[in-house]
Design a protein around this ligand. Sequence first.
Ligand code: CMP
Length: 139
Amino acid sequence: MSLTLAIIKPDAVAAGYSGKIISHLEAEGFKVCAMRMARLNRTQARAFYEVHEGRPFFDDLVEFMTSGPVIPTVLEADDAVRRLRDTIGATDPDEADEGTIRKLYAESKGRNAIHASDSDANAGIEINFFFSSYERLHL
Ligand code: CMP
């Protein structure tokens, strides 16, 4: 079993898709280990996405991720990082496979409903970003 981080993004929270997305994740076999609602400020959003700093979409990404509440969620499964990325689909919903979360619920490449960690190393970093006491709570 391994862990990954999903974030239900402001577009999906505002549209009322949070419950459907969590149900979808559970139906795919993920165990919800931790979950909270958070409102990121600009400093936090810039830090979370610092790997994208300098990319043309970075300012829009920060603006969007601070536009409303998000729901960071720690998920457990076998091969959790890869399986979550398969479950959410391509970054651009127009390119996402049928039945994926982004195909079902995302509006566009920028407003794409959900984030998923892209490696085990980043999953650890991203889980700690939102759940600083996670390791201690789950010893
Ligand atoms: P996410 O998985 O959260 O990781 C980085 C985000 O940047 C990505 O989802 C997209 O929402 C966003 N992103 C990536 N490429 C573009 C792009 N070309 N235009 C707008 N947003 C993008």
